[in-house]
Design a protein around this ligand. Structure first.
Ligand code: ZN
Length: 281
């Protein structure tokens, strides 16, 4: 049996999402059919197919309560097709804790179930120390060691930051999360993209990175108008995702395109995904 990687006690079950399931559900609810999201983003790096035995059911239950609070208190405020993102966001303890849990899940997944392992042994061998450190913060509600940045993806925030003006689904309907490491520990982050937000969990921060106004630790009232700058690597990451998407769209067969066009004709113009598709800079 696979033991739970978090409590190291119970048997792990194969239902672990890296990103809270409620966010995938939102994506389906705001699309005209459960399948439609693949039409405008064939290479969406969704990991909802990924079901690795990471956690036991007890740990999942504890985490799901925190993740539900994140969904209610943060996500639904920012990812909202009816009401614009509020200028002030409340960053509750559970909002921050949920981001720590996502970061832990993503890092644990790449450590225990490595796929295309792009890490050196020296890097990889340090992962358990980071995992232990993140776990300790989750257990003690002490969120000072690591740094978490949130960028709500509103037009004004993205324009002010000079983020790439790519098609809006990249910002509004993508879900992806992965560790990204730079050589010689220059920087090590967990990059988290959920609809309407980019979240960066700095495992090993680089002091020269010019973050301004995006840090959420110790901030209960988060003012999105105070977000002034982000490091340029963030723009490169978004561009890279967009290029990957473009490439996969180019590789679609004619049959696939025909099917997608037929489906697109039936889309409810008022559903969320239609609004994103029509949105222009
Ligand atoms: Zn457990």
């Amino acid at each position: 049996m696979e033991v739970c990687k978090y409590c190291n006690q119970n048997e792990a079950i194969e239902n672990s999402h890296l990103i809270p399931k409620s966010i995938y559900d939102w994506l389906k609810q705001t699309a005209p059919t459960p399948y439609i999201r693949s039409t405008h983003n064939p290479n969406q790096r969704v990991q909802d197919g990924l079901k690795k035995p990471l956690l036991c059911s007890d740990c999942e239950v504890v985490f799901s309560k925190i993740e539900n609070n994140f969904y209610k208190d943060y996500f639904t405020k920012v990812a909202n097709y009816r009401n614009p993102c509020p200028e002030n966001l409340k960053i509750t303890l559970d909002v921050l804790k949920c981001i720590y849990i996502i970061a832990w899940r993503v890092l644990a997944d790449s450590f225990y179930f490595p796929r295309d392992n792009k890490y050196t042994d020296e890097e990889f061998n340090k992962f358990p120390i980071f995992l232990e450190g993140i776990k300790e913060r989750i257990e003690t509600d002490n969120f000072s060691q690591f740094k978490v940045h949130i960028i709500p993806c509103t037009e004004s925030v993205l324009k002010k930051l000079g983020m790439p003006q790519v098609e809006w689904h990249i910002y509004e309907r993508s879900i992806t999360a992965e560790p990204r490491i730079w050589d010689d520990w220059e920087r090590f982050i967990i990059y988290i993209q959920i609809p309407f937000s980019i979240i960066v969990f700095e495992v090993v921060p680089n002091e020269n990175d010019e973050w301004q106004g995006s840090l959420v630790e110790g901030v209960t009232d988060f003012k999105i108008t105070e977000i002034q700058s982000v490091p340029s690597y963030l723009k490169s990451i978004v561009s890279m995702y967009y290029e990957n998407f473009e490439e996969s769209r180019r590789s679609l067969s004619k049959e696939q395109i025909d099917i997608l066009t037929k489906v697109a004709e039936k889309i409810d113009p008022n559903c969320g995904s239609s609004k994103t598709m029509k949105k222009r800079w």
